[in-house]
Design a protein around this ligand. Structure first.
Ligand code: 7TS
Length: 402
């Protein structure tokens, strides 16, 4: 892999901040976008822009076809059996709110099981939904390395949750959860399985049929695609049963003042005008990812993670948060006596962009008894040279703050 060639496709990386070359290590928050994705969206607005599914004219038909082809590309990318099982949304958060609301109407669940390492987006919608039904949220605990306790998981499943929602990859700990095994167990105990793939789509191959998950959700912007687009995969049998969660144009079949019937899948869940340009950008981002040998990319990212940990481990008082044997894409750490925010602010002035804080996973920080972490997260365009700059910057900042 020629990192310099790859970086040429990301003009945003080629800039200075505070007079220093930008080192962008906040990819778990959002990745940068390659030129092909930017150009695809631009092209759409230059030549194809039109509302879809409703015009008989040429442009509308072209845009509709392009949008539906994008859906097919997403389906192929995650090996969904049918493209109508892909619902376009604004992203992971909207997909999870759709699920919590619609499954809430359908099942009125009294118990939903989540894990101790969820992003707030895969926690609060479920919590609010069960509380509305007078139920409770069950939580799978984890150990000090950030590994889920699978024995406790099974015990909790015996308490009969109707839904289990789990992160594929943790955005704070980097843990890759054994979701296939967890889904199998969930089904054994009669629960539906929802996988939050926000942090896995860009890094791991996804096969929803192999996982056998009932639902899988993701955000485009964390996988080189534009913001404002993402998706929800759901098994047909469940999507058919689930009531819509937003109402309006496009999602209806017939409407009178007395009664409304709804459109077929997936349109039933896509009320209003969608973000067509971003969906086309997402399709291009998928093709961008597929152009690489994915194993080689994963190896490259693992090398960056290992080099980061190796370099940082020499700093006095260094504590890594998240040391599961199976990890992906990021390093979270704190240094004794130093607030993550102070460290992040100082290294920002050295050109290094990392995320500090609780990363929208406050219960994880509570679990580890810390205010937050500093998180460096990687993408295909990051280099070992950037890792060296990060390590050097953290070293200098730590010395300044001590
Ligand atoms: N789930 C996980 C595991 C995430 O990492 C995120 C975003 C979300 C859900 C929500 O995704 P969204 O695209 O709908 O916002 N995580 C982060 C992060 O770690 N830093 O900024 C956003």
């Amino acid at each position: 892999m020629d990192i310099n060639e790859i970086r040429k496709q990301f003009p945003v990386l080629d800039q200075q901040v505070y007079g220093k070359p930008l080192v962008y290590l906040d990819n778990a928050a959002t990745t940068q976008k390659p030129l092909c994705v930017i150009e695809r969206e631009r092209d759409y607005y230059l030549h194809e822009n039109c509302n879809i599914h409703r015009g008989v004219h040429y442009l509308s038909q072209m845009a509709t076809e392009a949008y539906e082809n994008a859906r097919k590309t997403v389906a192929r990318f995650i090996n969904a059996p049918e493209s109508h099982e892909i619902v376009f949304t604004r992203g992971t958060t909207e997909s999870l709110n759709l699920l919590a609301t619609s499954l809430g109407y359908l099942l009125s669940p009294k118990k939903v099981l989540v894990t101790a390492m969820e992003h707030h987006s895969n926690l609060v919608p479920w919590q609010q939904m069960v509380q509305r039904h007078g139920g409770e949220l069950l939580v799978v605990p984890m150990d000090d390395n950030g590994v889920l306790d699978l024995q406790a998981y099974e015990e909790l499943l015996k308490r009969g949750p109707q839904i289990v929602a789990m992160a594929h990859v943790s955005n704070t700990l980097a843990t890759i959860n054994p979701v296939k095994e967890m889904i199998k167990l969930a089904h054994h105990y009669g629960a539906l399985a929802v996988v939050d793939g926000a942090q896995s789509m860009a890094h791991l191959p996804i096969d929803v049929q192999d996982l056998d998950c009932d639902f899988f959700v993701f955000s485009g912007h964390k996988m080189y695609a534009p913001m404002g687009i993402g998706g929800l995969y759901g098994k047909t049998e469940w999507l058919e049963k689930m009531p819509p969660y937003q109402f309006g144009g496009e999602m209806v079949d017939t409407v009178s003042f007395e009664k409304t019937t709804f459109n077929k899948l997936p349109f039933k869940f896509e009320a209003g005008t969608p973000n067509v340009g971003a969906a086309l950008g997402l399709e291009t981002a998928i093709k961008f990812i597929e152009n690489f040998d994915r194993q080689e990319v994963a190896q490259h990212e693992d090398t960056l993670v290992a080099a980061t940990m190796e370099g940082l481990s020499k700093i006095e008082g260094m504590r890594f948060i998240g040391q599961a044997p199976e990890r992906s894409g990021l390093v979270s750490f704190i240094i004794d006596g130093i607030h993550p925010y102070d460290l992040g602010t100082i290294i920002d002035k050295m050109g290094v962009a990392v995320r500090t804080g609780h990363h929208c996973a406050e219960p994880v920080m509570t679990r580890f008894g810390i205010p937050g972490t500093v998180r460096a997260s990687f993408a295909v365009y990051n280099s070992l040279e950037e890792v060296n700059i990060l390590v050097h910057a953290v070293n200098r900042a730590a010395n300044m703050l001590r």
